[in-house]
Ligand binder design. Structure first.
Ligand code: CA
Length: 223
């Protein structure tokens, strides 16, 4: 799981990053709005913790930009007590939750867990994910469309899971490697290309209504 923290109070931002890292999240931090928006627009985060009052660009504007670009990463707004109006505004602009400063660590972690569970395509039950009628089944390691199904290898399954939980978002190849093989791996880009081509064949075998598109030089998206 990867979290972006955008917060200009450096001490608070660093403390948040530290707590999240201790809880096994990968964390990136921005201390101002423009860089925060830039990072958030990559769409590779599982959750964004976003302060409202920021230099450069405020949290509400960042959020508005993200939703305009169809990036639906869950956003947890951080607000000061005096920013009630902003909070309402933020929820109207597509924030998923908010937390008023000061807050306790346990609550922040609980909110992040709730938001990351809710993310992405529709979860039918804990073993099934669905996008456009295509169903990915964890317990059987298969993809199913109408009455056709096909078995996936573990790596194919993991890549498909990543794509289906981030539909219509370009997933950079390095992000896929990081998620599936881990930071330290020496897997090369052409390994992923091979898995993607297997997946495409399997999707076409079951006449799936979705495609894995290539974003040249960047990565892939499920459309
Ligand atoms: Ca602030």
């Amino acid at each position: 799981m990867r979290i972006l923290v955008v917060e200009d109070e450096v001490q608070l931002a660093d403390a948040l990053a530290e707590i999240l890292k201790r809880n096994k999240y990968n964390v990136d931090t921005d201390y101002e709005g423009i860089g925060g928006l830039d990072d958030a627009l990559t769409g590779v985060y599982d959750c964004i913790i976003l302060d409202i009052m920021l230099p450069g660009m405020n949290g509400i504007e960042i959020l508005r930009n993200l939703r305009k670009e169809k990036i639906n990463t869950p956003v947890l707004l951080l607000t000061a007590r005096s920013e009630v109006e902003d909070k309402i505004n933020g929820l109207d602009c597509g924030a998923d939750d908010y937390l008023t400063k000061p807050f306790v660590t346990g609550e922040l972690l609980a909110r992040v867990r709730a938001l990351t569970r809710r993310k992405g395509s529709e979860m039918i039950d804990e073993n099934k994910l669905e996008f456009k009628g295509l169903e990915l089944n964890k317990s059987t390691c298969t993809v199913l469309y109408e009455s056709n199904d096909v078995k996936l290898s573990l790596k194919e399954y993991q890549i498909m899971e990543l794509l289906i939980t981030n539909p219509r978002q370009i997933l950079p190849k390095e992000r896929i490697i990081e998620k599936i093989w881990g930071y330290e791996s020496d897997v090369e880009y052409n390994n992923i290309e091979v898995y993607i081509s297997f997946l495409r064949k399997k999707l076409s075998v079951i006449s799936a209504p979705v495609q894995i598109k290539t974003a040249r030089g960047i990565g892939y998206s499920l459309e």
